[in-house]
Design a protein around this ligand. Structure first.
Ligand SMILES: [Zn+2]
Length: 137
């Protein structure tokens, strides 16, 4: 066994600092992300998520978490609808398999029923024929 390098943390800074999909829970710095209301003239009353540390230190033009709430929610909705789509697919195929099995059982039962009934009808018909023959002769 050989240790190639001491870097085995596995934490990717690209993932940590990159654009977060959906509602951010925590900033890459470890601070919580809090919802705030924009007071800028460009986006008045628009809600956004911001790193609590950056808010406290009144940072600007920094790389701490910052995301519009509507965009984050849109991400969430897209991710959810994708997951729902996949779930529906899974459920559908599972249900189809279930229905197919049920149908096979039903089909077998139906076949047995029909056979039994046909035998009944045939033997009844034979009886009727016999009765008719008895009546005729
Ligand atoms: Zn931060």
């Amino acid at each position: 066994m050989s240790n190639e390098s001491g870097n085995s943390s596995g934490v990717s800074s690209a993932r940590a600092r990159g654009r977060v999909v959906g509602v951010p829970k925590r900033c890459w710095c470890g601070e919580l992300v809090i919802p705030l209301m924009s007071k800028s003239t460009a986006n008045p009353n628009r809600r956004y998520f911001r790193c609590a540390f950056a808010v406290e230190k009144k940072l600007s033009n920094d790389n701490h978490a910052y995301k519009w709430v509507d965009e984050a929610l849109l991400d969430e909705v897209e991710a959810l609808s994708f997951r729902i789509g996949r779930l529906e697919q899974t459920i559908l195929s599972e249900r189809m398999e279930e229905e197919r099995k049920k149908f096979e059982v039903f089909e077998l039962k139906l076949e047995t029923d029909i056979c039994a009934r046909m035998e009944d009808v045939v033997s009844e018909a034979k009886c009727e024929v016999k009765k008719a023959l008895v009546l005729v002769f």
